[in-house]
Design a protein. Structure first.
Length: 101
């Protein structure tokens, strides 16, 4: 009986993977990657709208008790200032708010 050879791991090379010049995702051709600000279609008064309010990234979480109280007061003030508009529901996230209006 002959001696068994130790298995050797082989590397398949197809010219892909690993570091090489020019590898990776190419930079976007659009300078400003934000959403384009186009006029939105008119909303029906009978259907709710979803509004997202984002805060600056340097601001820590909105879910702190003091900040939640300030946001609540602001929403109550908005309801008084705009009686024809109505905030049906809202949700405070760490870095943004969701409103159903």
């Amino acid at each position: 009986m002959g001696r068994r050879r130790k298995p050797v791991q082989r590397v398949l090379s197809f010219g892909r993977g690993g570091w090489r010049p020019g590898a990776g995702r190419k930079p976007s051709k659009r300078r400003n990657k934000r959403v384009l600000h186009r006029r939105r279609p008119e909303l029906s008064k009978r259907h709710p709208g979803h509004v997202t309010l984002k805060v600056h990234r340097d601001l820590s979480s909105l879910r702190l008790k003091k900040r939640c109280q300030v946001i609540r007061r602001a929403l109550v003030a908005a309801r008084a200032a705009y009686p024809r508009a109505r905030i049906v529901d809202w949700s405070i996230q760490a870095n943004h708010l969701h409103l159903i209006v």
